[in-house]
Design a binder for this molecule. Structure first.
Ligand SMILES: Nc1ncnc2c1ncn2[C@@H]1O[C@H](COP(=O)(O)OP(=O)(O)O)[C@@H](O)[C@H]1O
Ligand SMILES: N[C@@H](CCC(=O)OP(=O)(O)O)C(=O)O
Length: 273
């Protein structure tokens, strides 16, 4: 039996944050995006099924519009997201196309995953796309759903760490990988604590672990480690392993998929899927 036939084929959700998709200037990090498209296309070629959850709409839109900073006003955020989402998908379509892969855009609101009928349609759409060999690219429908955040009318997503875990649960993924601007979860935020140590394995999200997790590291990030722990809880409860790793080393995805000790792995253990 050759290596190819021995390899377990996994359904993998990969989430990439704004800080991995852009430079500090706010402009798209073309090198990283190309590497991401190439690596995910290759993993798909190895027989894995891939769903990409991509942030970046607001940040990229704000830069494209020439705004001096990330907008604070809701309507400007929503306008920026509408511009940025379009730019990001255009580039993904182009980059994945170079590697002979097709992408599809799925934009979600809280209502879409909460309402059973909508969730079922969504599930069927994901299944069909994966069956067709298409790589779905998911983001929150920021131009619509930020309104929910203000009115509080329905369950809010608000950050893509949580969204990616909900998507992983919805598609019955085997693995969720969060590509961040840092190597994983440390016992304190390394930006203020140079002696902080990387935690390699987590079996349960405890209050002690929560106390170690701080907020976002840069103006481009949302949520920091707090939202990643929320995601871990959702993923683990659904029987999905989750890994946090550095988006600057996209090729580490090969090792993570092979079960190597990279980043921080949250093991779902025996919890049934
Ligand atoms: N305990 C911790 N371990 C690692 N990073 C932490 C911790 N607490 C807070 N952080 C911050 O979380 C940031 C990563 O999250 P975030 O800013 O949302 O970026 P991204 O969207 O790229 O994941 C890190 O840059 C770091 O400053
Ligand atoms: N949906 C938003 C991103 C929300 C978010 O969680 O951002 P990030 O911390 O960069 O993953 C956007 O596309 O700008």
């Amino acid at each position: 039996m050759n290596v190819e036939t021995q390899t377990q084929r996994l359904r993998i959700v990969v989430k990439v944050g704004t800080s991995s998709l852009t430079h500090d200037t706010g402009r798209l990090n073309l090198h990283n995006m190309d590497l991401l498209a190439r690596t995910l296309s290759d993993l798909e070629g190895m027989g894995h099924e891939i769903v990409l959850v991509s942030s970046g709409a607001i940040g990229v839109g704000a830069t494209k519009l020439g705004l001096k900073e990330r907008p604070k006003e809701l309507r400007m955020k929503q306008a920026a997201a509408a511009v940025g989402q379009c730019a990001i998908m255009h580039l993904y379509d182009k980059l994945f196309g170079e590697y002979n892969r097709m992408v599809a855009q799925i934009l979600l609101t809280g209502e879409d995953v909460d309402a059973p009928v909508r969730a079922e349609h969504l599930h069927n759409t994901f299944e069909s796309l994966l069956e067709l060999g298409v790589i779905p690219v998911v983001n929150e429908n920021d131009s619509v759903s930020s309104a929910e955040i203000e009115t509080g009318k329905c369950k809010v997503l608000g950050d893509n760490d949580t969204l990616s875990a909900i998507v992983a649960r919805l598609v019955g993924a085997d693995l969720l990988v969060l590509l961040s601007d840092i190597d994983g979860l440390y016992d304190a935020d390394p930006h203020g604590n140079p002696d902080a140590k990387l935690i390699h394995h987590v079996d349960a999200v405890t209050p002690e672990l929560r106390a170690m997790a701080g907020g976002a590291g840069t103006w481009r990030g949302t949520g920091g480690m707090q939202t990643k722990l929320n995601a871990a809880e959702i993923a683990m409860a659904a029987g999905v392993d989750m890994v946090i790793t550095n988006g600057a080393r996209v090729e580490d995805l090969y090792g993570i998929v092979a079960g190597e000790d990279i980043g921080t792995r949250f093991s779902a253990g025996k919890r049934a899927k």
